[in-house]
Design a protein around this ligand. Structure first.
Ligand code: DHB
Ligand code: FE
Length: 277
């Protein structure tokens, strides 16, 4: 039986990809953010997970506004990155693990989630930046991308994302392979890139959300999408990815490390690693 050994989460700001490419990790602007990954990488080096399920949102690379699935799951042997226009390098393809993808897809559909299944899927910075951050030596285990629409209204509710993530966790636990799996929640925390509130950040809410991730993970499901936009910004709703990743192992988890740094670009940047208690 497979088991989830940890739940990871990080912001996915594209500029991070540029900083990595230019080797700026120790520069004063970047150091407080990148230093937060040292304990995460130590933990990963000890645990050596065999697969990773990445909950993220596509920003227009694979899905554009004309066709926007609420939930989509990748089932490809590899996932290609491409130029998104952020001026960051296009990365080599990432390995998939179709057997686990199909186990997840079968279970989600059995549980009445009407997902889109993608046997070919481009992955954008929300997928690539977290994998690069947690595995800087490009030795990330094979991945299952689970894409949540946090971009174009109507968005799935926090409750629905929780339920979907929980079902993904059930699929992993029922997968008949002796494998260690980690989940990643990509994006957030509070940020808004456009409009009158561009630059909006809500530190008190973010810290409460980070606290809830450890010992009260369903806390944020009390809020409607509009309330979450109000509290976290139009892009802060990417925390839906964190919720789904946490829901995959909904019981008690222990905090391995946490980092919160304002700002990176326009975003309250956060990193969290939880391990199975
Ligand atoms: C930024 C943050 C994001 O989540 C994103 O997808 C793009 C840009 C930013 O803060 O620059
Ligand atoms: Fe984003």
């Amino acid at each position: 039986m497979a088991r989830i050994v940890g739940g990871l989460a990080t912001s996915h700001i594209p500029a991070i990809g540029g900083a990595i490419a230019k080797g700026l990790q120790k520069e004063p602007y970047w150091k407080p953010f990148f230093d937060g990954f040292d304990p995460a990488r130590e933990w990963l080096a000890r645990e050596r997970p065999d697969a990773v399920v990445v909950f993220y949102n596509d920003h227009g690379l694979n899905f554009f506004l004309d066709k926007m699935p609420t939930f989509a799951v990748g089932a490809a042997p590899e996932y290609r990155n491409d130029d998104e226009g952020w001026g960051i390098p296009t990365l080599p393809p990432f390995k998939g693990i179709p057997e686990l993808s199909w186990a997840v897809i079968d279970h989600l559909v059995a549980k009445d989630f009407d997902i889109v299944t993608c046997q070919e899927m481009l992955v954008d910075h929300a997928f690539t930046v977290p994998l690069k951050l947690f595995w800087p030596d490009d030795d990330a285990p094979p991945a299952v991308p689970v894409c949540i629409n946090t971009v174009q209204f109507p968005l799935p509710s926090a409750k629905r994302c929780w339920a979907m993530g929980k079902a993904v966790g059930e699929a992993i636990a029922a997968w008949d392979e002796d494998m260690k799996v980690v989940t990643i929640g990509s994006g957030g925390l509070s940020h808004q890139l456009e409009g009158q509130r561009a630059g909006f950040i809500n530190k008190p809410f973010d810290l409460e959300f980070l606290r809830s991730m450890v010992d009260d993970p369903e806390w944020a499901t009390q809020f409607s999408i509009l309330e979450l936009v109000e509290k976290t910004g139009t892009q802060g709703v990417e925390l839906l990815n964190w919720l789904a990743a946490r829901a995959a192992s909904p019981g008690r988890m222990r905090r391995v490390c946490q980092n919160y740094h304002i700002p990176i670009s326009n975003t309250a940047a956060a990193t969290l690693v939880l391990e199975a208690a």
